[in-house]
Design a protein around this ligand. Structure first.
Ligand code: PLP
Length: 397
């Protein structure tokens, strides 16, 4: 395999001015990350600070109704409420050991921003977070959290004012500030080495899930399922299971409103290959390569691209990639909340929605392990808005 590539996908499509920090980071990945000092400290932080291992929970009530076993890998119970902290503790520690005083991030749902701000506070780093202005509004609670943690949040007013534009702003900032600042990329995407670095920090999810399944039922899961934005919780859940042929791997993209021709966030299902944010990967784009606006009810999935390792898993057929739309995600969120007492993030709700939509195709008695990537406290405002919009639409029709 060509370095930095997953099949045809990946690479380092960046301006020359970004090559020095990427080369420096690649070297740090080789020299620092495998070392005993880094690994021991990270292990300790993940256990005592993040709260790992997160539980693997059998949804007793829903499983009874579905006729198969629905397991949730509870990343919502990790410190700060999502899987993002697995990556930011790793990259935060790396920043420190590279001798840089500042860390910088982009964020969509605000979970990666909060997780970076948390790592920065804990490790004594300065922190700046770029966030699309639309997301600043719809994830206001997380903006407040980042500010309380001592980070500076910069609203990005260009483009569609969402995650794609926040990444553009962050990459520009990095060019100017590379000597002092590490760019803590929030998902398993972007230029090499980020897709591999982030996947390695997130793959603890699948490693734990495999061990927990063996301890609890003495067998591998039949399915592993996760939502796909840039792809970090999904590749973290999947990586351990890729060589295990009996395990079916399913990623779930956001289909948006689900109406024909609507904007969506499903580049694997509905996009075509191109270059964005330093990588060659499927994108939502026009025939002449203009990036299309994406849409999802969940800010964290609202992205027109996808990490290159997912592109390869899709192309090779090792993983299947389905879709769930806004309404299905909202219904799944409400159902899990009411039936199991777990309020999931709207991002994670897409994965649960896929399971509910495909319940008749899943064999009775099967073990289905879903990565519950985050908790939904941040989404209560959006859920209320969506329910009000649904009610007024129903009244009109
Ligand atoms: C809870 C949660 N799940 C999933 C995602 C999507 O990101 P990724 O595909 O990198 O896991 C996000 C992004 O913000 C998130 O906050």
């Amino acid at each position: 395999m060509k370095k930095g590539y997953f099949g045809d996908f990946g690479g380092q499509f960046v301006p020359e001015l970004l090559m020095p920090p990427l080369i420096e980071l690649e070297k740090a990945c080789e020299d620092i990350v495998p070392g005993e000092a880094f690994q021991n400290t990270l292990h300790e932080l993940l256990a005592d600070y993040v709260g790992r291992p997160t539980p693997l929970y059998l949804c007793r009530n829903l499983s009874k109704r579905l006729g198969f076993n629905l397991w949730l890998k509870r990343e919502d119970l990790a410190h700060t409420g999502a899987h993002k902290i697995n990556n930011t503790m790793g990259q935060g520690l790396l920043t420190k050991m590279m001798g840089k005083p500042c860390i910088m991030a982009e964020t969509g749902a605000g979970q990666h921003g909060v997780a970076t701000a948390t790592a920065a506070a804990m490790l004594g780093l300065d922190c700046i977070v770029f966030m699309g202005a639309v997301d600043v509004r719809r994830q206001a609670h997380n903006v407040r959290r980042m500010e309380l943690l001592g980070s500076k949040v910069v609203p990005v007013e260009s483009g569609t004012r969402t995650l794609k534009d926040a990444i553009n702003a962050a990459l520009r900032y990095w060019i100017e500030n590379q000597r002092t600042t590490h760019y803590c990329f929030g998902t398993a995407a972007g230029p090499h080495p980020f897709p591999t670095l982030v996947r390695n920090f997130q793959s603890i999810i699948g490693r734990e899930a495999r061990q927990q399944m063996m301890e609890k039922v003495g067998k591998l899961p039949d399915y592993v399922v996760a939502c796909v934005g840039g792809g970090s919780n999904a590749i973290g859940m999947f990586h351990e299971f890729i060589p295990l042929d009996s395990v079916r791997i399913v990623g779930v993209e956001a289909a948006g409103t689900g109406e024909p021709g609507c904007y969506n966030s499903a580049p694997l299902n509905l996009g075509s290959p191109g270059v964005l944010h330093g990588m060659h990967t499927p994108l939502l784009q026009t025939e002449d390569g203009q990036i299309l606006p994406s849409h999802s009810i969940s800010a964290g999935l609202d992205y027109p691209g996808v990490g290159p390792e997912h592109a390869e898993l899709h192309a090779s057929g090792r993983a299947a990639y389905g879709m769930a739309n806004d309404d299905q995600a909202l219904d799944a969120c409400l159902e899990l909340t009411k039936v199991e007492g777990i309020l999931p993030a709207l991002e994670s709700s897409h994965a649960v929605a896929w399971v509910l939509a495909n319940k008749d195709k899943i064999e009775p008695g099967a073990d289905v392990a879903v990565c519950l990537s985050g908790r939904g406290d941040k989404d209560t405002f959006i859920i209320e808005e969506a329910l009000a919009a649904r009610e007024s639409k129903e009244k009109r029709s």
